[in-house]
Design a protein around this ligand. Structure first.
Ligand SMILES: [Zn+2]
Length: 435
């Protein structure tokens, strides 16, 4: 049996299978239930969040011949034809490759005739922002006075390029980017259905990399599946996607903690020798620091979408770092990452090493409570006021010594005065202030 890409195989056939766009599904379902159907829809949102899929589901819902609320049923002739892309009454048009007025005219000509086998004729236009201005104008006329059976479903990733005259005639739906958690959940469901065993952390890495797009997630999943087979582990995901293993990040932060710049360079060298690019390494490190910070403040493994073993490792590391330290390192790494991606001419490895050295040589942030306690304890031993005045006295002596031109004897003199005057400092000081 030929292999079907996961994105195609698991393309939702109904709104209940759609992830993250419940607000849109509900509105469309209500519109169909009440029969209050607008003649033009605009689906906007980033790539791979289900715009075209929703357009097909909407077309199928409008035309499904099944009785009752279970629409689209997926069983009737209309549903089957739309799912297979062979329906005569639902046309899909890619504006990115057919942006001219002639193509648009041909397309609209086909809409002059009522649907053959269904109630509505649906025109799905993908990447609609790519249309030329003449193509828009020719579409506008039909959009203003459409035949009762015609439904426009426009989809775009760049709604700002859609003319205002069009926007004012369509019902707009904004699709949300998917959270890593939503993507992971869907991937876990697919794994279960496909009989694939996958570690939650492995799916979490894929979800993060997909950057809000379910289609990208499934494409990455295909790549990982081709490498790992039916058992997907964190390690196999890292190997197939060229993502550095977490143990390298543990080594790196331990090197920072030990003020070991050389050790931090060795970790980077190790990652690069495994074929990991500097920026991929830094991306992963940013994610690691985020998880580290959240683990420190007490989030669970489920909330972080990592394994219990990883959480334990992070928690073991936590006492060595203050939250302020982690934030400070994260800030440096984020800025470094931006610098590397903004200016391609720079040598990212050199930049990374310079920043790693900076972090390794930094002192840890002192805990304010501990620092205050230390100051208080010092005050108990020697009250603050006399010591301040002692300083004034010291400055006075130093100036005086400089005036006489013998800095050497001056400083020795100060030293002896300091020890001698410990008891009488207070009186001498207040006397001087009064003057
Ligand atoms: Zn049906």
């Amino acid at each position: 049996m030929p292999y079907i890409a996961m994105a195609r195989k698991w393309r939702p056939r109904s709104f209940s299978e759609m992830v993250g766009q419940e607000h849109i599904a509900q509105t469309l379902k209500n519109a169909i239930a009440t029969g209050n159907i607008h003649h033009a829809f605009l689906f906007t949102g980033t790539r791979g969040v289900g715009k075209t899929t929703s357009a097909r589901i909407l077309a199928a819902m409008l035309n499904c011949t099944a009785q009752g609320e279970q629409k689209p049923c997926g069983q009737c002739e209309c549903c089957k034809a739309i799912a297979a892309g062979s329906s005569m009454d639902v046309s899909e048009f890619d504006a990115a490759s057919n942006s001219g007025v002639d193509e648009m005219r041909d397309l609209l000509e086909g809409t002059q005739y009522p649907p053959m086998n269904s109630k509505y004729r649906a025109l799905i236009i993908d990447e609609v922002h790519a249309l030329s201005s003449k193509a828009w104008s020719s579409m506008l006329k039909t959009l203003e006075e459409p035949p009762s059976y015609l439904i426009f479903i426009l989809a775009t990733t760049e709604v700002n390029k859609v003319p205002a005259t069009i926007l004012s005639r369509v019902l707009r739906f904004d699709f949300k980017r998917l959270s890593p958690m939503q993507i992971s959940k869907r991937l876990a469901y697919i794994c279960e259905q496909e009989g694939i065993e996958a570690e939650p952390e492995a799916l979490s890495i894929i979800s993060e990399k997909a950057d809000g797009s379910m289609r990208d997630a499934l494409t990455i999943f295909d790549e990982v599946f081709a490498y790992s087979g039916k058992t997907i582990t964190t390690q196999s995901v890292q190997n197939s996607l060229g993502i550095p293993s977490n143990s390298l990040y543990f080594e790196l932060v331990n090197a920072f903690e030990a003020h070991d710049a050389k050790g931090s360079f060795a970790v980077l060298e190790n990652a690069m020798s495994q074929g990991v690019e500097v920026q991929v390494f830094l991306d992963g490190f940013t994610r690691f620091l985020r998880n580290f910070l959240y683990a420190k403040i007490g989030l669970s493994a489920e909330q972080l979408e990592i394994s219990q073993a990883s959480l334990k490792n992070l928690k073991d590391l936590a006492p060595k770092f203050d939250q302020g330290d982690i934030l400070r390192i994260a800030k440096i790494i984020t800025e470094l990452n931006e610098k590397c991606s903004a200016r391609r001419g720079l040598n990212p490895r050199l930049l990374a090493e310079a920043e790693f050295a900076k972090i390794a040589w930094l002192d840890r942030v002192a805990n304010i409570k501990d620092a205050l306690e230390k100051v208080e304890n010092m005050e108990k031993v020697a009250p603050v006021a006399p010591r301040k005045e002692e300083n004034q006295k010291k400055i006075g002596t130093a100036t005086y010594s400089a005036g006489t031109g013998s800095a050497g004897t001056g400083s020795t003199g100060t030293g002896s005065t300091e020890t001698d005057s410990a008891g009488t400092g207070s009186a001498a000081g207040s006397f001087r202030i009064n003057i």
